[in-house]
Design a protein around this ligand. Structure first.
Ligand code: SF4
Length: 157
């Protein structure tokens, strides 16, 4: 009689178990180039307003737009993020989770094909520093923890 295969309770290792390479080239490609949204949670709104030394309401009026019941950063006329400059992101040290978790968004790492597609949009993906699985998942979960895994649209490094 054939033996029943042992049932493993351990989750299968993801396809990126050996890590993924990424080093931002600061090309700014994910900070604009087309219409998109950079969603902000309440804590992020407060953090960025504090960094800019602005009252929250003034920050919301000057730099944000309401999209239904959510808040996104504004874009310039050419669809760049309102905080993107030729010298880089004006709020880099306090940038939203949507930006700091790119390119390790859930949709970008759900399969090798998704990662290959990400490489075509992000020249830093697939080269440079090797991120280990745990680090990738910590970064990915930063986005999930903040607002759920919606991450899409404009984002910075
Ligand atoms: S994360 Fe990628 S697309 Fe964005 S600025 Fe860095 S290299 Fe460019």
């Amino acid at each position: 009689m054939a033996r029943r295969r042992a049932c493993s309770t351990r989750a299968q290792a993801p396809w990126y178990a050996n890590g993924l390479r990424f080093t931002c080239t600061r090309c700014g490609g994910c900070c604009g180039g087309g219409p998109g949204y950079v969603w902000l949670g309440a804590d992020e709104i407060e953090r960025i307003a504090r960094y800019l030394k602005l009252p929250v309401e003034e920050f919301l009026q000057s730099y944000c737009r309401r999209v239904f019941k959510r808040v996104s950063l504004r874009e310039t006329a050419n669809y760049d993020c309102v905080f993107f400059t030729p010298a880089g992101c004006r709020i880099y040290s306090v940038r939203p989770a949507q930006c700091s978790s790119f390119p390790f968004w859930p949709d970008n790492i759900d399969s090798p094909e998704s990662w290959e597609d990400t490489k075509t949009r992000c020249p830093g993906a697939g080269q440079g520093r090797l991120y280990q699985r745990a680090e990738i998942e910590t970064i990915r979960d930063r986005l999930r923890t903040t607002r759920g895994a919606e991450g899409s649209g404009t984002a910075s490094c």
